[in-house]
Design a protein around this ligand. Structure first.
Ligand SMILES: NC(=O)c1ccc[n+]([C@@H]2O[C@H](COP(=O)([O-])OP(=O)(O)OC[C@H]3O[C@@H](n4cnc5c(N)ncnc54)[C@H](OP(=O)(O)O)[C@@H]3O)[C@@H](O)[C@H]2O)c1
Length: 282
């Protein structure tokens, strides 16, 4: 019998690739997101082992409906991949509290909602795997990325707590933290930044935006994330953290070992923001 896995945010990008990859590897995949039309295209893929499910991670009733459909299908979930996420970008001073909440409702409370709904069956079964998709931004925050980065810092912390409390119950928790990955996420972040193009940080936003624009198109594809998720689901002792692509470990080592004053200067140099001088805006 195939092991069943629920993947959230599977209508595009990383989640879609994870769903297809796991189905090809023999998993029964429940692919969840809000846009059912986008999910429909997954039905024919992965050897027919993908079932699309409409689910909004911020809506507990919609999560309960999706889980009912899974149990009516006769499937007990072995794995949960918490991948659904959005990115709110912009100067902390100018991002509205409504946008802050929108960020946390999806990336933090949405992840908690789905995890809490799935956990009882895994705990009672005494087996299961939970894989949270964090981000390198969960350790390193770029300027104008503080809202998103802080939500991913929260995912780092809650993943550690969860891993330790579930270990005696046979449920293993891993965190996969991608760096730049080539999906439409980058274009969405560019749109977010554009909202602040006329504000008090306009000149800095312009510089940062042009550096950021090069990141996603030149990055690794989402398959590197899917391979890490597959590893976390299948090996006896999954890693607590997977950083992908591996070259991102250099930045994490720098963050952990170098003084902040140095990493701040490196950030400014790399992004071009070192050229910004207050009052230099045209
Ligand atoms: N791409 C990168 O460079 C990168 C780097 C580090 C981490 N990540 C993380 O990887 C994950 C996937 O990102 P991606 O690059 O694949 O972006 P993406 O293509 O925009 O995918 C995001 C997915 O999340 C779903 N989603 C958003 N809000 C949702 C909600 N309320 N309920 C259910 N699903 C929701 C979207 O589906 P619907 O709109 O259909 O609901 C979509 O399928 C995110 O957690 C992101 O933070 C991405």
């Amino acid at each position: 019998m195939y092991q069943s896995v629920l993947v959230t945010g599977a209508s595009s990008g990383i989640g879609e690739t994870i769903a297809i990859h796991l189905a090809h590897k023999g998993f029964r995949v429940f692919a969840a997101a809000r846009r059912r039309d986008k999910l429909k295209t997954l039905s024919g893929l992965g050897g027919g082992r993908i079932t699309p499910l409409e689910m909004d991670v911020t809506d507990e009733a919609s999560i309960a409906d999706a889980l009912t459909q899974i149990s009516e299908d006769g499937s007990a979930l072995y794995g949960l991949v918490n991948n659904a996420g959005i990115s709110v970008m912009g100067p902390l001073e100018e991002v509205s509290l409504a946008d802050w909440r929108r960020q946390y409702e999806t990336n933090v409370f949405g992840l908690v909602n789905v995890t809490r709904a799935v956990l009882p069956q895994m705990r009672i079964a005494g087996r299961g795997r939970i894989i949270n998709i964090g981000s390198v931004a969960g350790r390193i925050a770029a300027p104008f990325q503080g809202v998103y980065a802080s939500s991913k810092h929260a995912v780092e912390g809650l993943s550690d707590g969860l891993r330790r409390e579930l270990a005696p119950h046979g449920v293993k928790v891993s965190l996969v933290r991608p760096g730049f990955i080539n999906t439409s996420f980058g274009a969405q972040e560019q749109d977010e930044l554009e909202r602040y193009a006329g504000g008090a940080y306009a000149e800095q936003i312009k510089i940062f935006k042009s550096w950021h624009a090069k990141g996603h198109p030149n990055a690794a594809g989402p398959i590197v994330v899917a391979e890490a998720v597959h590893h976390a689901l299948t090996v006896v002792r999954p890693h607590s953290r997977y950083t992908v692509p591996k070259k991102m470990l250099v930045f994490l080592a720098l963050r952990n070992l170098a003084p902040s004053a140095l990493t701040d200067r490196i950030f400014a140099r790399v992004t071009g923001l070192d050229k910004f001088k207050k009052g230099s805006a045209s």
